[in-house]
Design a protein around this ligand. Structure first.
Ligand code: PMV
Length: 360
């Protein structure tokens, strides 16, 4: 599919005012996106579990102006309070998507947004936040063009969300999502994410992700700075090739329910992401001592209990602890007894695989 498919045709309806609300989840990558080309085109394909509990709810109210604005006109409220410091990011997003939603300057918008997870939890809200806003804006386009199909709606929502934050493209649907062109994944695209199109073993249904909040501070490295570190990175080409190979390997793992191989790919991907940051120039260590404590305890528990619990990391110190539904009665007590003490104020979030954004 080409970019031109997302340029709208003439609208058939006039919409004066209204509002729409979407709740959009976060997601956790199993094979990581790290490194991008211009226009948020990923350097390698990624696959993620859509989450359920960690989500952003955004209400978009719109009112058509008498004349077209010269600039975007919007007010922004975060958790009930006016939040002008978020406005430049939204403005950049609107600029990037304007050619695909040419009505944006015809309206005044009020954007009211809130997260299900605490603001200072160290959990990135860009995936859920950008996808929720993209969905709201696209709902307005659907009012202007009611003939839009559901398939096009989901693809375009992912396409627009990608322009806000790459990983946001993976937050529209669930429960397993692929983003980025991959020769062994039919329908995959750099432009938008798709539902994983192949067989998935029962064991991956209702998979759990308990997020351990090791460091609730601001991210040490923003993801845009992080992605840029992959330009001229000495190991970049190998890393991008490895992600392609891992996604091919992951297909038989997902089909057969081979949890040992699942663990090997997922943990290696997490550590590779961090290895890329440790070996870039400038270099960063984003794990904290407690991140390593948790990883070592998970490895030890796995050895002694035979459990299939494993970890993954995003670009920070927090740990996502992944385990199948049929192990929750042994893994969650282990998390409570042995891991939660390494979290800031014992803070953790019990999440699980989810099925995508919902309109309310
Ligand atoms: O969407 P961004 O630009 O914030 O990048 C996210 C990158 C990782 O979370 C580290 C990996 C991923 O695939 O989600």
């Amino acid at each position: 599919m080409k970019i031109a498919a997302f340029l709208p045709k003439a609208y058939t309806k006039n919409v004066v005012s209204g509002n729409v609300t979407w709740k959009s989840p976060s997601n956790i990558a199993l094979i990581k996106y790290w490194g991008k080309k211009e226009d948020q085109i990923p350097q390698n394909p990624s696959i993620s579990f859509t989450l359920d509990a960690c989500a952003t709810t955004t209400k978009l109210s719109y009112k058509k102006q008498e004349t077209t604005n010269t600039d975007f006109s919007f007010d922004l409220f975060f958790e009930g309070k006016q939040k002008d410091d978020f406005k430049p990011k939204i403005n950049t997003f609107l600029q990037r998507i304007e050619q695909y939603l040419p009505f944006l300057k015809d309206y005044h918008f009020t954007i009211e947004t809130s997260n299900s997870f605490p603001h200072s939890s160290g959990i990135a809200s860009s995936a859920s936040g950008m996808s929720a806003l993209a969905l709201c804006l696209l709902s307005l386009e659907k009012e202007l063009n009611p003939a839009m199909t559901d398939e096009h709606f989901n693809q375009k929502a992912s396409f627009l969300a990608r322009l806000g934050s790459g990983s946001a493209s993976r937050s529209i649907e669930g429960d397993l999502i692929v983003w980025g062109t991959h020769e062994d994944t039919v329908g995959s695209s750099d432009l938008f994410a798709i539902k994983y199109p192949y067989k998935v073993h029962e064991v991956f249904k209702n998979y759990h992700d308990t997020i351990l909040l090791v460091d609730k501070g601001e991210k040490q490295v923003s993801s845009s700075v992080g992605h840029n570190l992959m330009h001229n990175h000495p190991f970049a080409a190998e890393r991008f090739a490895q992600a392609h190979e891992n996604l091919t390997k992951m297909q038989s793992v997902l089909a057969d329910g081979d949890l040992k191989e699942f663990i090997a790919i997922v943990e290696s991907e997490a550590l590779t992401l961090h290895a890329m940051m440790m070996t870039s120039m400038p270099y960063f260590i984003l794990m904290k001592p407690n991140t390593l404590e948790i990883i070592n305890r998970i490895w030890k528990f796995r050895e002694t209990s035979g459990s299939n619990v494993c970890f993954t990391l995003d670009a920070g110190a927090n740990v996502h602890v992944l385990y199948p539904e049929n192990e929750k009665d042994i893994v969650y007590p282990f998390i409570q007894n042995e891991l939660i003490k390494f979290c800031q104020n014992e803070h953790h979030i019990c999440d699980r695989i989810g099925f995508g954004a919902k309109k309310s």
